[in-house]
Ligand binder design. Structure first.
Ligand code: MLT
Ligand code: ZN
Length: 483
C-alpha cells in the first residue's frame, strides 16, 4: 500500500469499516452507469458511510487529498447527476446505509429521517401512523430521500402538494470542507436570515451532501377515485383539466396525460397489462381524486358529476372510474411504466420541459410536427404531468439508428431545436429531472447569464476546489464576459 490511491482507500476504509468500502469491479459496476444507460464512468471506489459523522470524516479526508466525491442515492436519476466521470479518480459516496427513520409523532405531522431512506419505505412508515408523505413517482422503490432533495424531485402529485422543496421543513448536510450544516428544525416559522437549507435542495450535490431531513406529512387518504379518460386531442385534455380543477378543487391530486403511442409501448412492455378503455383514443388522461375522512362519502358522486359534465361538453370520448384499489393501482402502473417502456423501445432524446400550462397543447402539436418533418423517421411523444405544465417530450431515433452516433449527431441537433422552442415559450429545459451532466451545455447556452453567475458565485464560496459532484450542474469555468 504505497501508491497515493491505495493510501486513500486505506484511510477511507479506516473511517467506514470493511462494510462501508466497495472497490471490487463487479460490485462497483452497477453504480457507475446511470439509470438511462447514457453515461458510464469509472470510480476509484464507493464509500458507504453509516452516520453523518462518517460522511463528514470522509469529506475531510477527500478534501485534504483532492479526491472528488459523487454523491449517490438510489441511482435512478434521469440526467446522469450521480454517475462518476471516466477518470477513475472520483469516489462515489452512497447514502444507502443511512436509512433510519426517527419515531413518528402523528400529532406533529412531520418525520425526520436519514438521506438513504427509500421513498417507498417512507410512504409505508407514514401510513403506519395514519399519515402520508405526499410525493410519489415511478422510481419510488429505489429513489432515496437525499436524492429526491438534491434533485428537487417532482412526481405525480405536484399539482396539489408541490415539489420536494415544498415538503422539506428542515435539513442536515455536510459541506465540502466537512463541516455539518444542521437545520433539522421542526419550526414552521423561522426568519433568522437566509433560508440556507434551500441551497442544498435542487443543487444536485454540488454544494453539500444531504444526510438527513425533516419532512412534512399530510393526513392519510380515506377514499380515492382514479379516472382513466380518453380524449380526442391534447387540447381537449387541457380543457378537461380546467373542468376538473373547477369541479373538484383540492380533491384533485394529479392529472397526467398519456398519448396512445406511449400506452402502446407500455402494453408491449408489460405483457399482463390491459388497456383501460374499449378502444384507443389519441390521448388519455389519468386523473387522481382523493378525500380524507371528512369528505370521503361524497367523493365518488362528485367525480361522476364532473365526468358527466365533461362528456356533455364533448371533452371526453370515454372514461372509466376505478372500482377498487387494485384497479386504481393498475391504472397507475400503466402510467408509471412509461419511462421504462419507452427506454426499451430504443434510442431517444428525452426532454423534460415545462412551458406555461395554457401553451402546452399548442407547443406539443407544433413542435412534434416540426421535429418529425425535419428529421424523417423520428417519433415525437409527450407524456406526463400536464397538471403542472411539465411534459416529458421524447424523440425516438429512426429505426436501425446506431445509438451513440445518432445521439451525438442528429439527436443533439434535435435537442437544441426542442430547447430553443421551449425557451421561446418562456419555459424551462429542465422542469423536473435536473441538469446533471446531460444538460450542462444547454444550460450554459440558454440559461440567464445573471442566474449562471450567481450559481457560480455560490459554488465558488462553498466548493472552490470543485470536489463535490464535478462536471454536474455548475462548473467554475472562467466567465467570458461580465453578466
Ligand atoms: C415520469 O414522469 O415518468 C418520470 O419523471 C420519468 C420520465 O421522464 O419518464
Ligand atoms: Zn416525470
Amino acid at each position: 500500500m504505497n501508491k497515493p490511491t491505495d493510501q486513500t482507500l486505506e484511510a477511507l476504509g479506516a473511517i467506514v469499516g470493511p462494510r462501508g468500502l466497495v472497490t471490487g469491479l463487479d460490485l462497483l459496476t452497477p453504480w457507475e452507469t446511470d439509470w438511462r444507460g447514457r453515461y458510464t464512468g469509472k470510480a476509484l471506489a464507493m464509500v458507504l458511510p453509516a452516520t453523518t459523522a462518517e460522511v463528514s470524516a470522509v469529506v475531510r479526508l477527500c478534501a485534504q487529498r483532492g479526491v472528488p466525491i459523487v454523491p449517490q442515492g438510489g441511482n435512478s436519476g434521469m440526467s446522469g447527476g450521480a454517475t462518476p466521470d471516466a477518470s477513475g479518480r472520483e469516489v462515489i459516496l452512497s447514502t444507502r446505509r443511512m436509512n433510519a427513520i426517527e419515531p413518528i409523532d402523528p400529532a406533529s405531522r412531520q418525520v425526520t429521517c436519514e438521506a438513504g431512506v427509500v421513498l417507498q419505505t417512507l410512504h409505508e412508515a407514514a401510513e403506519a401512523h395514519g399519515l402520508r408523505f405526499p410525493l410519489t413517482l415511478g422510481g419510488k422503490g429505489s429513489a432515496t430521500v437525499g436524492g429526491l432533495i438534491s434533485t428537487n424531485a417532482g412526481g405525480t402529485q405536484v399539482l396539489r402538494h408541490g415539489v420536494m422543496r415544498a415538503q422539506v421543513l428542515g435539513l442536515e448536510a455536510v459541506l465540502p470542507d466537512g463541516r455539518i450544516f444542521s437545520a433539522l428544525t421542526p419550526l414552521r416559522k423561522d426568519n433568522r436570515g437566509f433560508d440556507l437549507k434551500q441551497m442544498f435542495i435542487g443543487s444536485e450535490g454540488t454544494l453539500g451532501i444531504v444526510t438527513a431531513a425533516t419532512l412534512r406529512l399530510v393526513p392519510a387518504i380515506a377514499e380515492r377515485v382514479v379516472v382513466w379518460a380518453g380524449t380526442a386531442s391534447i387540447h381537449a385534455a387541457r380543457a378537461l383539466l380546467l373542468n376538473c380543477e373547477q369541479a373538484l378543487g383540492d380533491a384533485l391530486e394529479g392529472f397526467e396525460v398519456v398519448p396512445q403511442g406511449c400506452l402502446e409501448s407500455v402494453l408491449a412492455y408489460l405483457p399482463d397489462a390491459r388497456p383501460p378503455l374499449a378502444r384507443p383514443h389519441a390521448w388519455n388522461a389519468l386523473i387522481e381524486v382523493v378525500a380524507d375522512a371528512g369528505s370521503a362519502a361524497s367523493l365518488r358522486g362528485r367525480v361522476e358529476a364532473a365526468m358527466a359534465r365533461a362528456f356533455d361538453q364533448g371533452l371526453v370520448e370515454d372514461a372509466v372510474l376505478s372500482a377498487s384499489e387494485a384497479q386504481a393501482e393498475a391504472f397507475w402502473t400503466l402510467r408509471e411504466s412509461i419511462s421504462a417502456a419507452e427506454r426499451a423501445r430504443g434510442p431517444a432524446m428525452q426532454h423534460d420541459i415545462s412551458v406555461p400550462v395554457e401553451r402546452m397543447p399548442d407547443f406539443l402539436v407544433t413542435v412534434s410536427r416540426e421535429i418529425e418533418a425535419a428529421w424523417p423517421g423520428t417519433r415525437a411523444v409527450g407524456y406526463g404531468h400536464l397538471g403542472d405544465g411539465n411534459i416529458h417530450f421524447h424523440v425516438g431515433a429512426p429505426a436501425g439508428s446506431d445509438r451513440a452516433g445518432w445521439e451525438a449527431g442528429d439527436g443533439k441537433a434535435i435537442s437544441r431545436q426542442v430547447h430553443d422552442a421551449v425557451t421561446r415559450c418562456g419555459g424551462s429545459i429542465s422542469a423536473e429531472h435536473g441538469i446533471g451532466q446531460l444538460k450542462i451545455d444547454e444550460l450554459e447556452r440558454l440559461g440567464d447569464p445573471v442566474a449562471l453567475h450567481l450559481m457560480r458565485a455560490v459554488k465558488r464560496a462553498l466548493d472552490p476546489a470543485e470536489l463535490f459532484n464535478p462536471g454536474k450542474l455548475v462548473t467554475l469555468a472562467p466567465e467570458t464576459s461580465a453578466p
